[in-house]
Design a protein around this ligand. Sequence first.
Ligand code: ZN
Length: 386
Amino acid sequence: MNLPKKIFALLFLCAFTNYFSQDSSLARKDIDFLTSKVCWGRGYTNKGLEKAAEYLNKSFKTIGLKPLNKKKYSQFLYMNVNTFPGKMEVIADGKKLIPGVHFIVDNESKGISGGFMLFKKDSVTYHAADARSTVPLIISLQKKLTWSASQKVSEGTIIELLKDSFQKEIKNMDVQIETKFVKNYKMQNICGFIPGTEKKDSFIVFTAHYDHLGGMGSTTFFPGANDNASGVSLVLQLARYYKLNPPKYNVAFLLFCGEEAGLVGSKYFTENPLMPLSKIKFLVNLDLLGTGDEGITVVNATEFKKEFDLLKSINDEKKLLSLVKPRGKAQNSDHFYFGQKGVHCFFIYTMGGIKAYHDVYDISKTLPLTKYKEVFLLLTEFVARF
Ligand SMILES: [Zn+2]
C-alpha cells in the first residue's frame, strides 16, 4: 500500500517521539548530574571537571561506544589555569556581598586581602587608593555579571559589581580573595564511536564541550546547564540512538574540555586527531541547546551552503523549528579549529528563552529544553540523508 507523504511524516514523528519519551528522562538525569554540586561547575576546583569526566566515561561505556584512543575514551592534555579555590569575601561599606549574585572576581585576577579606601574614577569604575603606581584593586560596575575562565593571571584584581545593587557611592571595601594559578592542569577529551554499517572509513562527528567555568570560592559554583550540559546530554542521546540504529557511516562522539578557557581541548584534538581529519564527512558541534523558542542558529551555514540547504529543507518538511538561521564563520565554539583544518562543520545553538549565561542562574531547574527533541530529529534526519 502506498501511504501518502503526510502520513509518512507523521509516522516518522511518532516513531521518534516514542523513542524520545522513553529516553528523555535520561537527558534530564545527565543534565542534573553535570550541573550538580558534585561537578562544581565542571571546572578546576573541588575536582569538578574530573567528576564530570568520570561520569561521561562511564556513560560512554554503558551506552556501548567503542573507544577512539586505542582502548581508552580519554585523550589527556594540559593547560595552565587561574583558579579560585578558597576565600571569597567582599564587604562594601559594611555590607557583606554574595559571590555570583552581587559580585564576581574577574577570571584573570590575582588574590588579594585587606581593607581599601575607594575613589571614583568614572561613573562605573572605582580604584583602591594606594601609594603605589599600580592599582591593586579595581571595581567595575556592570549591568550583568558574566564570568569566564582564564589561562593567565594578571598583576591586579578586578571585582565586578552588579550595578543595580549599588546606587550609592561606595567608600570602603574589605576583601579576602584567594586564587591559585595552576600550571599544567591535567584534563581530558572523551572520545568514542559507533562503527558504520557501510562506509566504514568515513565519520560523521558530533561534538560538545563538557567543561564550564567551575567555582568562585568555596561556596559558589557556576552550574552551566545550558552552557553546555545541554549539548553534552544531546550528544549522549545521539549516541544511545545510534547504538540502537547503527548508521551507514561511523559516528564519533567527542566531548571536549577547556572550551571556556579558549577552545583548548578541541584545538588539541585537531592537532592530535584520533582519526584522520580528512575522513570526517561532516561535523556538528552542539553548544547551548537548552532553549529553541526562537529556533536555532547555524554557524558556518554560509561556508557549507549545500549542507545548510539540506538542514533547512528537512526542517521545512518536518516543521520542527520556527527558524533555522544561517550565520557565517565564527570563532565562538569547538567547531572552529576543525573548520580551520578544512573539516566541513556546523556549530548549532538554540535561541530564545532563558537569558542566563555564564552566571549562577544557568541551572537545570529553569532550563526548558524547549526544542530539544526537534533538534534531535533534525540532526538524525540530516545524518540519514547524507
Ligand atoms: Zn559553551
